[in-house]
Design a protein around this ligand. Structure first.
Ligand SMILES: NC(=O)c1ccc[n+]([C@@H]2O[C@H](COP(=O)([O-])OP(=O)(O)OC[C@H]3O[C@@H](n4cnc5c(N)ncnc54)[C@H](O)[C@@H]3O)[C@@H](O)[C@H]2O)c1
Length: 360
């Protein structure tokens, strides 16, 4: 039996990975305790997605376990042992802003939880590829010291800067910047994952996501920017932009394109590697530009308000340079661009929401 073990299996990236690997004849073992509901409330619950996986994926087994529960995690790993050839670790407290409310919860889920997963992998299936969904927040607010210029709808980096053409690469410093507590807990996990590659020579890889997105996101105000924006457009819910005139730029990668990176990596893993994994120059937008696309799709003006106070440590301009990954794995290519991503979220969410805006 060829087993992939996926944490956060009902979340955006996890569920995409379940479908992707299941279609390639893996037996899929998913772990998710719907902690997203605890973090962000009922609207953000991933229970609907878990149910969908259980109903539609025949080779899928779900386990309602907290990744911090060492005994339960080790028992599950022991059940499959060396049949596990890939571990994809996506379970996390994913919000930059939420972390400050409960630093102990954030750190134990993101850092300790990752350590539990690494140790279980080392004990039970040390040859497995271990894939970690890290974040561009490991660079803290260092990107904000790049030379930026204001344009009509977005901030841009100066054309003479080496990052202009392809975006920010992995040489960006992770040190001495403001990370947010979330950035710190993810950085602790990211360096642990690297260390298990370098010290124990395990096949560990870190993928530092930009904005990861797609129709399976349970978008909420504190996490899932495009998904939440589209939800507001459909349900005519007011949306508040925080700071930087709404011109802050994010790169957006479809969860499918990210999981396809995992697939390529898993077939030829390079121990301890780190990759920037966002939409890059291929797929990025400012908030104002994303609002314009949503308005075009819905045919209605959005109810947008603006507050001067930016989120602490928010990136003003972040575009990932994914050339290192493309060089290591030349078969990988983007399948989705920004317009396709937003349209797919829009169509999918229009079907999922009834006319009062409640999840159906
Ligand atoms: N979505 C993004 O824009 C983005 C960007 C960069 C990095 N990331 C990282 O990618 C990963 C996946 O993000 P996502 O958008 O799919 O998040 P998500 O919230 O949609 O999915 C995460 C899942 O993990 C589960 N979970 C949380 N804590 C858990 C615990 N203690 N035990 C078991 N399950 C738990 C949640 O219930 C949720 O279903 C995270 O590690 C996140 O930090 C996400």
């Amino acid at each position: 039996m060829n087993v992939v073990l996926i944490t956060g299996a009902a979340g955006l990236v996890g569920s995409e990975a379940v479908r992707f690997f299941s279609a390639r004849d893996f037996h899929v073992v998913g772990i998710d305790n719907d902690m997203r509901k605890t973090f962000f409330g009922e609207d953000a619950s991933t229970q609907w997605n878990r149910q969908n996986l259980e109903e539609t994926i025949p080779n899928y087994a779900h386990h309602n376990i907290d990744i911090r529960e060492e005994t339960a995690i080790n028992k599950l790993f022991a059940d499959y042992g060396n049949d596990i050839s890939v571990v994809i670790h996506t379970a996390a407290q994913p919000s930059h802003d939420w972390a400050a409310q409960a630093p102990l919860v954030d750190f134990t889920v993101n850092a300790n939880g990752t350590l539990v997963m690494l140790e279980a992998t080392r004990a039970h299936c040390p040859d497995a590829a271990f894939i970690f969904t890290s974040t561009n927040k490991v660079y803290g607010d260092a990107p904000n010291s790049l030379p930026l210029v204001e344009q009509a709808t977005r901030w841009e980096i100066e054309t003479s800067h080496p990052f202009y053409k392809h975006g920010i690469d992995e040489s960006m410093s992770i040190d001495q910047t403001k990370h947010s507590l979330f950035g710190v807990s993810k950085l602790a996990a990211d360096t642990l994952v690297q260390e298990y590659g370098r010290y124990f020579e395990m096949k560990t890889g870190c993928f530092r996501g930009g904005c990861i997105t797609g129709p399976d996101h349970s978008g909420t105000m504190l996490h899932g920017f495009l998904s939440y924006l589209v939800k507001c457009a459909i349900t005519e819910t007011p949306y508040t932009i925080l700071g930087y005139k709404g011109k802050q730029v994010r790169d957006n990668i479809h969860a499918h394109d990210l999981v396809n990176m995992f697939w390529n990596y898993a077939q030829n893993p390079r121990p301890g590697e780190v990759y920037n994994a966002g939409g890059g120059r291929h797929s990025n937008c400012s908030i104002l530009e994303a609002v314009a696309i949503c308005e075009q799709l819905s045919g209605k003006s959005m109810n947008i308000s603006y507050r001067e106070d930016a989120r602490i440590g928010d990136h003003i301009w972040y575009v990932s340079d994914t050339r290192k990954f493309q060089e290591h794995y030349p078969d990988w290519h983007y399948q989705f661009n920004l317009q396709q991503i937003i349209k797919q979220i829009y169509d999918n969410m229009s079907q999922r929401l009834d006319c009062s805006g409640s999840p159906t």
